[in-house]
Design a protein around this ligand. Sequence first.
Ligand SMILES: [Zn+2]
Length: 177
Amino acid sequence: MMGRLPDFIDPIRLAKRGEYLVGQMDLRDMDRLQSMLVSGQGMLDVQLAFDVDDAGIRNICGQIQTDVTVTCQRCLKPMDYVLEAEVMLGIIKHRDQADKLSDCYEPLLIETDEISLRDIVEDELILAMPATPMHDEDDCQSIDAYKKHDTDTADKAERKNPFAVLENLKQELKDKK
Ligand SMILES: [Zn+2]
């Protein structure tokens, strides 16, 4: 059932009960994520399952997805992007418990009973942000200029090189005299 998600959750209690949280959140409330985007006006879909695994680790698994606009790092034009985060969080209450978590979990340190669901979701989306988002080559507006720029620089470097070598040789000969 899609519904309004709670602002604060007690993840340990939810895990013990094996509960699910499914619903939507407003992307506009997420300032840290917003600062990384050209725009993100829509809603994001959240599906989270809380559980305790065979090793007794209380965990949160699921998926978060939203449509955003980011800047293409090649042509610097806006580009639509489906931002998706796979969530696999192992809940820990002390930092040193992180070592005992199996590798499949990211540690989620919880120091108070209730934590902000929005913070968890926002953190996961920020982690899932691509470092250098780029259009597909066919869609990218500056792909030709980019390729040309690349060859130009390579040409110059090649052309310049023989002279540089000669200069060095001359200098070496001078030094020997
Ligand atoms: Zn582009």
